[in-house]
Design a binder for this molecule. Structure first.
Ligand code: COA
Length: 190
């Protein structure tokens, strides 16, 4: 459900949530799958088989991380980048799934992933797709500077809550020069 007032302002918050990304281990996959298949998250993603996560943990084209947050850095979710060795420098923010919601962890994750993609992986383009019905994620990506590229019309089947229909995927991206401009404006974490 859309909140009033539209997307959040894009200034960096003065107080950032305590959050770090650590590489996922195979022993984390029970946790990853439990978060991914949680009924709160399922409508917004297409869950993977365990073997796909195992591949993403092992293959260097992926970066698979556990999100740790809070005072004791408890596991809060996971994120996946894909295309880290893409010859065109096009890196995909493949998945971000968090269990505690609405506490600013998603924004901090996206900021850390942008920094990783552009500063560490020297990406030319960071892109993602998001279901049109996912208003929370859409607002987050828009307010973090991602630009809509287009819509893949009715490309995902939606069968939840007695509904049987299709949703569209919105493709969004940020380019390295757009990221650099945001860094210059202090809209990005360093
Ligand atoms: C999408 C997700 C990663 C966002 O993380 P989060 O920690 O809940 O989000 P944040 O607290 O950082 O909020 C970020 C912004 O989202 C938007 N937002 C938050 N709650 C919202 C809601 N209920 N409705 C609409 N927008 C909302 C706001 O713009 C918010 O910024 P603000 O608080 O500064 O106004 C997380 O909710 C999640 O894991 N959802 C399920 C899986 C999913 O949808 N993954 C993304 C697939 S593309």
């Amino acid at each position: 459900m859309a909140r009033e007032g539209g997307p959040a302002p894009t200034e960096s918050p003065t107080v950032r949530p305590r959050l770090r990304l650590r590489p996922t281990m195979l022993s984390d996959l029970d946790f990853v799958i439990s978060v991914e298949t949680d009924a709160q998250n399922l409508p917004f993603i297409t869950p993977w088989e365990r073997t796909q996560h195992e591949g993403a943990v092992r293959f260097p084209d992926f970066r698979h991380f556990i999100v740790e947050a809070g005072e004791t850095y408890e596991s809060a979710g996971f994120v996946i980048l894909q295309g880290c060795r893409n010859p065109h420098g096009s890196v995909e923010l493949k998945r971000v799934v968090l269990q505690p919601k609405g506490r600013g962890l998603g924004r901090e994750c996206v900021r850390q992933l942008k920094r990783m993609a552009f500063r560490d992986l020297h990406a030319h383009r960071l892109w993602l797709d998001v279901k049109q019905l996912n208003t929370r994620a859409l607002a987050l990506y828009q307010s973090e500077g991602f630009v809509e590229e287009g819509r893949l019309r009715e490309s995902v089947r939606v069968t939840a809550d007695g509904v049987d229909g299709y949703d569209s995927l919105i493709v969004m991206s940020m380019l390295d020069r757009e990221y650099a401009a945001r860094v210059a404006l202090r809209l990005e974490i360093l």
